[in-house]
Design a protein around this ligand. Structure first.
Ligand SMILES: [Zn+2]
Length: 114
């Protein structure tokens, strides 16, 4: 779903919040108004999210293909949630051009269940 949304949004950046179910599995993307917009500002709209403890982090795309966090990403990660996914162009799950990071920007393992 993230890969499809990222492809649809290309060459702009896609961003959404991640919501977990009661078992702690990320099952839902929360779109925040304004997140699908041009350039590098997509992530910033997530600051407008309401306080909701089922929201555990964020996902956003990097049209450049580099899926490492930028300085701005690191600042954002440290402010919010506990897991953050970056997907890099060409947004292909099989190619593995994505990674999950903790609040400190350290890579974490996040198994894909489907
Ligand atoms: Zn980024």
């Amino acid at each position: 779903m993230v890969m499809a949304a990222s492809r649809d949004t290309y060459p702009n950046e896609f961003a959404a919040a991640l919501r977990v179910n009661r078992r702690g599995i990320i099952t839902e993307l929360i779109m925040v108004p304004g997140t699908i917009s041009g350039g590098r500002k997509a992530l910033m709209h997530l600051y407008n999210l309401p306080i909701d403890f089922s929201i555990v982090g964020s996902v956003h795309s990097h049209p450049s293909g580099n899926y490492h966090p930028s300085e701005a990403d690191l600042k954002f990660f440290s402010s919010f949630g506990r897991v953050h996914i970056i997907v890099g162009y060409p947004y292909d799950l099989k190619m593995g051009t994505w990674a999950a990071y903790d609040r400190g920007g350290n890579p974490v393992e996040l198994p894909v269940l489907e």
